[in-house]
Design a protein around this ligand. Sequence first.
Ligand SMILES: [Zn+2]
Length: 187
Amino acid sequence: MPSPPATLGDLRSSGWRDRSVKDELRENFVERIRRGEDLFPGIVGYEDTVLPALERAILAGHDVILLGERGQAKTRLIRSLVTLLDETVPVVHGCEVNDSPLRPICAACRALVAEHGDDTPVVWLPREKRYAEKLATPDTSVADLIGDVDPIRVAEGRYLSKSRSCIKRRKRRLQVFRSSFRRSSPK
Ligand SMILES: [Zn+2]
Protein backbone atom coordinates (compact mmCIF):
# COMPACT_ATOMS: atom_id res chain seq x y z
CA MET A 1 0.00 0.00 0.00
CA PRO A 2 1.44 3.41 -0.91
CA SER A 3 2.11 5.68 2.04
CA PRO A 4 -0.36 8.55 2.45
CA PRO A 5 0.56 11.98 1.06
CA ALA A 6 2.99 13.78 3.39
CA THR A 7 2.91 17.20 1.74
CA LEU A 8 0.23 19.56 0.51
CA GLY A 9 1.37 19.04 -3.09
CA ASP A 10 1.11 15.25 -2.81
CA LEU A 11 -2.28 15.62 -1.15
CA ARG A 12 -3.58 17.76 -4.01
CA SER A 13 -2.37 15.35 -6.67
CA SER A 14 -3.84 12.39 -4.76
CA GLY A 15 -7.32 13.75 -5.50
CA TRP A 16 -8.24 13.88 -1.80
CA ARG A 17 -11.46 15.85 -1.28
CA ASP A 18 -12.03 18.20 1.60
CA ARG A 19 -15.47 17.39 3.07
CA SER A 20 -17.49 18.64 5.98
CA VAL A 21 -18.01 16.17 8.83
CA LYS A 22 -21.67 15.84 7.81
CA ASP A 23 -20.76 15.06 4.18
CA GLU A 24 -18.18 12.58 5.39
CA LEU A 25 -20.76 10.81 7.59
CA ARG A 26 -23.37 10.76 4.84
CA GLU A 27 -21.12 9.53 2.04
CA ASN A 28 -19.49 6.85 4.18
CA PHE A 29 -22.92 5.79 5.43
CA VAL A 30 -24.23 5.43 1.86
CA GLU A 31 -21.14 3.36 1.04
CA ARG A 32 -21.88 1.07 3.94
CA ILE A 33 -25.51 0.66 2.87
CA ARG A 34 -24.30 -0.26 -0.65
CA ARG A 35 -21.99 -2.90 0.77
CA GLY A 36 -24.89 -4.28 2.79
CA GLU A 37 -23.03 -3.99 6.07
CA ASP A 38 -24.59 -3.88 9.51
CA LEU A 39 -25.01 -0.17 10.15
CA PHE A 40 -25.19 -0.30 13.94
CA PRO A 41 -23.59 -3.54 15.09
CA GLY A 42 -24.48 -4.51 18.64
CA ILE A 43 -27.54 -2.26 18.84
CA VAL A 44 -30.63 -4.40 19.32
CA GLY A 45 -34.29 -3.52 19.53
CA TYR A 46 -34.29 -0.15 17.79
CA GLU A 47 -34.69 -1.44 14.23
CA ASP A 48 -38.20 -0.04 13.77
CA THR A 49 -38.07 3.20 15.70
CA VAL A 50 -34.80 4.83 16.66
CA LEU A 51 -32.46 3.60 13.94
CA PRO A 52 -34.58 4.64 10.92
CA ALA A 53 -34.82 8.17 12.33
CA LEU A 54 -31.10 8.31 13.03
CA GLU A 55 -30.32 7.01 9.54
CA ARG A 56 -32.50 9.67 7.94
CA ALA A 57 -30.83 12.35 10.06
CA ILE A 58 -27.37 11.25 8.89
CA LEU A 59 -28.47 11.12 5.26
CA ALA A 60 -30.05 14.58 5.54
CA GLY A 61 -27.00 16.04 7.29
CA HIS A 62 -28.90 17.00 10.41
CA ASP A 63 -27.65 17.63 13.91
CA VAL A 64 -29.10 14.98 16.22
CA ILE A 65 -30.68 15.07 19.66
CA LEU A 66 -31.17 11.75 21.44
CA LEU A 67 -33.54 11.89 24.39
CA GLY A 68 -33.93 8.93 26.66
CA GLU A 69 -33.60 7.31 30.01
CA ARG A 70 -30.33 6.13 31.45
CA GLY A 71 -29.10 2.92 29.93
CA GLN A 72 -31.00 3.23 26.65
CA ALA A 73 -27.80 3.10 24.61
CA LYS A 74 -27.74 6.77 23.60
CA THR A 75 -24.02 7.04 24.16
CA ARG A 76 -23.34 3.74 22.48
CA LEU A 77 -25.36 4.79 19.43
CA ILE A 78 -23.60 8.13 19.11
CA ARG A 79 -20.14 6.64 19.63
CA SER A 80 -20.87 4.11 16.90
CA LEU A 81 -21.07 7.03 14.45
CA VAL A 82 -17.30 7.46 14.78
CA THR A 83 -16.95 4.44 12.49
CA LEU A 84 -18.63 6.49 9.76
CA LEU A 85 -15.82 9.02 9.76
CA ASP A 86 -12.93 8.54 7.35
CA GLU A 87 -10.29 6.31 8.94
CA THR A 88 -7.81 9.18 8.83
CA VAL A 89 -7.92 12.78 7.60
CA PRO A 90 -4.99 15.00 6.65
CA VAL A 91 -4.18 17.99 8.83
CA VAL A 92 -1.47 20.63 8.59
CA HIS A 93 1.52 19.39 10.60
CA GLY A 94 1.68 21.06 13.98
CA CYS A 95 -1.73 22.75 13.72
CA GLU A 96 -3.51 23.19 17.03
CA VAL A 97 -6.97 23.14 15.51
CA ASN A 98 -6.62 20.27 13.00
CA ASP A 99 -6.72 22.55 9.98
CA SER A 100 -7.43 20.94 6.64
CA PRO A 101 -4.34 21.46 4.45
CA LEU A 102 -6.62 22.53 1.59
CA ARG A 103 -8.54 25.02 3.69
CA PRO A 104 -6.46 26.25 6.65
CA ILE A 105 -8.11 28.84 8.85
CA CYS A 106 -5.59 29.58 11.59
CA ALA A 107 -3.00 32.30 11.08
CA ALA A 108 -0.06 29.98 11.72
CA CYS A 109 -1.15 27.50 9.03
CA ARG A 110 -1.98 30.17 6.50
CA ALA A 111 1.49 31.63 6.99
CA LEU A 112 3.00 28.13 6.69
CA VAL A 113 1.15 27.42 3.44
CA ALA A 114 2.02 30.86 2.06
CA GLU A 115 5.69 30.23 2.78
CA HIS A 116 6.05 26.57 1.87
CA GLY A 117 3.24 26.07 -0.64
CA ASP A 118 3.11 22.48 -1.92
CA ASP A 119 5.92 21.49 0.46
CA THR A 120 3.76 22.20 3.53
CA PRO A 121 3.95 19.04 5.68
CA VAL A 122 0.78 17.05 6.23
CA VAL A 123 0.03 14.48 8.95
CA TRP A 124 -2.92 12.09 9.22
CA LEU A 125 -5.33 12.16 12.15
CA PRO A 126 -7.14 8.91 13.07
CA ARG A 127 -10.90 9.04 13.51
CA GLU A 128 -10.73 7.93 17.15
CA LYS A 129 -9.18 11.30 17.89
CA ARG A 130 -12.04 13.12 16.21
CA TYR A 131 -14.71 12.34 18.78
CA ALA A 132 -15.34 14.77 21.60
CA GLU A 133 -17.87 14.78 24.42
CA LYS A 134 -18.79 17.76 26.53
CA LEU A 135 -20.89 17.46 29.66
CA ALA A 136 -23.43 20.27 29.73
CA THR A 137 -25.00 21.13 33.08
CA PRO A 138 -27.57 23.89 33.79
CA ASP A 139 -24.79 26.34 34.66
CA THR A 140 -22.85 25.70 31.44
CA SER A 141 -22.55 28.90 29.43
CA VAL A 142 -22.70 29.33 25.66
CA ALA A 143 -19.00 30.16 25.70
CA ASP A 144 -18.36 26.84 27.47
CA LEU A 145 -20.15 25.01 24.68
CA ILE A 146 -18.97 26.68 21.51
CA GLY A 147 -15.70 28.15 22.66
CA ASP A 148 -14.58 31.63 23.39
CA VAL A 149 -12.15 33.35 21.05
CA ASP A 150 -10.48 36.66 21.69
CA PRO A 151 -10.65 38.27 18.22
CA ILE A 152 -7.82 40.70 18.98
CA ARG A 153 -5.43 37.88 19.75
CA VAL A 154 -6.49 35.94 16.67
CA ALA A 155 -6.08 39.08 14.51
CA GLU A 156 -2.59 39.45 15.91
CA GLY A 157 -1.88 35.96 14.68
CA ARG A 158 -1.42 34.47 18.12
CA TYR A 159 -2.34 30.89 18.66
CA LEU A 160 -5.99 30.09 19.18
CA SER A 161 -5.32 27.94 22.22
CA LYS A 162 -3.92 30.95 24.05
CA SER A 163 -7.20 32.74 23.65
CA ARG A 164 -9.13 30.38 25.97
CA SER A 165 -10.60 28.72 22.94
CA CYS A 166 -12.02 25.24 23.04
CA ILE A 167 -12.62 25.40 19.29
CA LYS A 168 -9.58 23.25 18.78
CA ARG A 169 -11.47 20.39 20.36
CA ARG A 170 -14.51 20.98 18.16
CA LYS A 171 -13.27 21.46 14.63
CA ARG A 172 -13.55 18.59 12.16
CA ARG A 173 -14.87 16.40 14.93
CA LEU A 174 -17.96 14.55 15.94
CA GLN A 175 -19.02 16.73 18.82
CA VAL A 176 -21.36 15.38 21.47
CA PHE A 177 -22.96 17.44 24.21
CA ARG A 178 -24.27 15.40 27.10
CA SER A 179 -26.83 16.63 29.51
CA SER A 180 -29.05 15.20 32.19
CA PHE A 181 -32.24 16.67 33.55
CA ARG A 182 -33.57 15.51 36.88
CA ARG A 183 -37.18 14.51 36.62
CA SER A 184 -39.37 16.28 39.14
CA SER A 185 -40.74 13.85 41.69
CA PRO A 186 -44.45 13.02 41.47
CA LYS A 187 -46.66 14.86 43.97
ZN1 LIG B 1 -3.89 25.65 11.67
